[in-house]
Ligand binder design. Sequence first.
Ligand code: COA
Length: 323
Amino acid sequence: MTHSKILGTGGYLPEKVLTNHDLEAMVETSDAWIQERTGIRKRHIVSDTESTCDLAEQAARCALDMAGCRPEEIDLIIIATTTPDQIFPSTASILQQRLRIHNACPVFDIQAVCTGFVYALGIADQFIRNGSVKRALVIGAESFSRIIDWTDRGTCVLFGDGAGAVVLGASDEQGIIATHLHADGRYRTLLHVPGGPGKAPADHDAWDHHVHMKGNEVFKWAVNTLGKIAEETLEANGFAKSDLDWLIPHQANVRIIQATARKLKLPMERVVVTVQDHGNTSAASVPLALDVAVRDGRIQPGQLLLMEAFGGGFTWGSALVRF
Ligand code: COA
């Protein structure tokens, strides 16, 4: 049986850093409030000359390097992003050209907001399992700062920009054990950007391209859902909570992460937390956290990892992985 194995990881954060103290000068907030309610200290923000594809390219090159894989060996690219460079073609098409992958392999973007990377991993895994793809580049990349209303203190303190990537390869060894993907569109207006190119122009918010969020309702949903999906995933695949080596959760708020760890009876030492330095980078958050813990040596070959995410839609999902 063919499995998808993670062969390499990569991450990239734009150079520009925005601290909580910087935000104090922009909206009525304080470093103390942001740290206490979210755990965030700083986030990285794209410059005026950077795009989502620039971030994706850097992360992809790091992952390819670690995997020892040449770009032309890649036969699938999926980029999870809410903030593509263009309406079309896909950011994956732009990246395919930049990496000079001229083998006519399929490339596309997917949109599941903060759950995007986990969705993309699940999709790539299907291609590899059915034998049509041998090496996939799966990326989460966001310039989320571009869709933030920088006068709204309820959202602008939470988000950041970045990209994370993995190279997946077909293998006889176990790798991605299972992915579980979910959505419930009834809750879509609790966290959304109302405008879009396809919306009827007469609709009063067709041109509103900023994030709107009912923070405390999203918080409750995220805590409940992330706890449930972790348990659902372990049980469905015959694992106990104690089998887990690492939880790599979506990095939205440290209080949400701590609540999930408590439900799993997992000490925080076995949870990868980057939210303090990255903020919420949406689709980039899980692969960036994965890359940090792989590169600093915490995550070792053979360990059992659970990645999980929650985001606008609502969407949520998990990936159980033997690294
Ligand atoms: N600085 C200072 N005060 C702020 C603030 C800020 N940046 N943002 C909101 N407040 C105020 C509110 O106006 C409110 O004031 P009031 O009591 O006078 O009305 C007070 O703080 C409490 O607001 P509330 O929204 O209840 O706070 P909270 O404890 O729920 O924390 C969030 C707010 C946004 C940090 C929290 O709800 C959260 O993290 N939600 C989930 C967000 C998320 O993860 N989204 C992405 C999911 S993928």
